[in-house]
Design a protein around this ligand. Sequence first.
Ligand code: HEM
Length: 503
Amino acid sequence: MAWPSLTYTELILYIPCLLLFFYYLYNIYLVFRLSPNWPLVGMLPSLLANSDRVHDWLAEILQLENGNFYLRGPWFPGMKLFVTADPADVHHILTQNFQNYPKGDEFVEIFEALGHGVFNSDGQLWRFQREKLQLTTSQKCFCTFIGKTTQEKIENSLLPFLSETVERSLVIDLQDMFSRLSFDMTCILAFGTDLGSLSTDFPAVPFAQAVDDATATIFFRISRPSAWWKLLKFLQFGQEKRTAKSRVVGERFIAEVIEKRKREMIEGRHACPDLLGSYLCDENIPNSNKFLRDSVVNFLVAGRDTNSSGLSWFFWALSQNQKTEEKILHELSSVHHSTTLEGMAIFDQEELENLVYFKAALLETLRLFPPVPFNFKSVLKPDILPSGSGVTPDMKIIPSAYAMGRMETIWGKDCMEFKPERWISESGTLRHVPSHKFLAFNAGPRTCLGKSMALTQMKMVAAAMVYNFCFQVVEGQVVAPALSIVLHMKNGLMVRVRRRTSI
Ligand code: HEM
């Protein structure tokens, strides 16, 4: 059969109709992909369509909805969520009306692995732990301990690890390397022992695995109806069974550490200013093993994955922005460094303190890739937020740090670009951005207690790495956020390493 031939007039009419039809289809697709709430099924279709990119999906909706929206659906029967990236609402929830927005009992159940530590408590218990932790970590001897042990770890583990990688021409996963490094560094600060997980043998450390399982379970519980994970827990099945097993491993390990340190104290052999050591010396801190265990576990979970996530994304950002790396190298070459026996440069914390561009690049990384991408809050009494949105006690509130870092209304039209310059004022100093706009370290009374510790460690590690080595990201890999409570990379970050020959 021959195709009917079209006249010019028909063609002129036909093409716009076709374009209109495709435009219409595309809009239906966008609505389907972005709209959170459908009749009867609520968020389910959109969530399924975006299950591999939940953080970006929430950010796109928040952009379209001017900063906040209600998320409902059968997915969480009877559960309503209010998601926000609106600075005024966030300021109200996290600071101005803080008392009305506790973490709540459901949070405590989901984060069961953290016991009743500082992350997982409200009211008096939280306040007591926060004050003690704040006092301990701000003491001069603890700050010196951070600088000294980080420098030793860089010199004795990190640089030798990278040198061996170069010698053996290995392709390594930087994310895994940072996870091992942060784990070792946080264990040293928490209880004075280096567990030596950073090595080119890539040793399996059962305690590290137990901590991984605990965080995986937290995400598993968040993303399922509570009745479902509670049933699995009761039946001891799947992820819940793994959790129970690794919990035994973790608790046994910590109990041994605590007993060992208590014995050392009695024998007068204790001189280490780590967290556990300081707590054991403090008469006002409960000496019960449970309190000490919860304190150590919370400190580990707080410090380990956050630092390693931040560093992984920082090196990813550098690999995409050659100019930024050059500017950081230029800044580093202007300050004094010491040299290891193998001829490698190491920087101490004071030397890095005043490097404005370097810090701006780190903050810019944490803006676009906040290691804690979202938070959970409960509502005690009904309230009206500054945006005019009403919230009630049957809702949970999710302030999204990931979305806030990508809001045009906060950062301008170039919000998706990596631009450390946005953090630098005209006079060349670092620009202050209030925490309810830059939410990476949370805001209000529950602001991260490890912010300066984290920035110190990240700067020392990144400076030694960038100055001594070049990292080439293996082509063809997809670098994207994983589904987790921490912003890990789905497939890691595979790199080849070379010694840097010139600055
Ligand atoms: C880049 C690194 C880090 C980032 C982005 C970060 C971010 C955060 C965020 C968003 C919170 C609030 C979490 C919540 O309320 O659920 C938080 C809380 C906390 N962070 Fe960090 N953190 C980092 C590193 C650290 C380190 C190294 C430590 C110390 C070991 C630490 C200690 C804490 C503690 C103790 C809290 C609980 C505060 C409270 O609830 O009162 N953080 N952090």
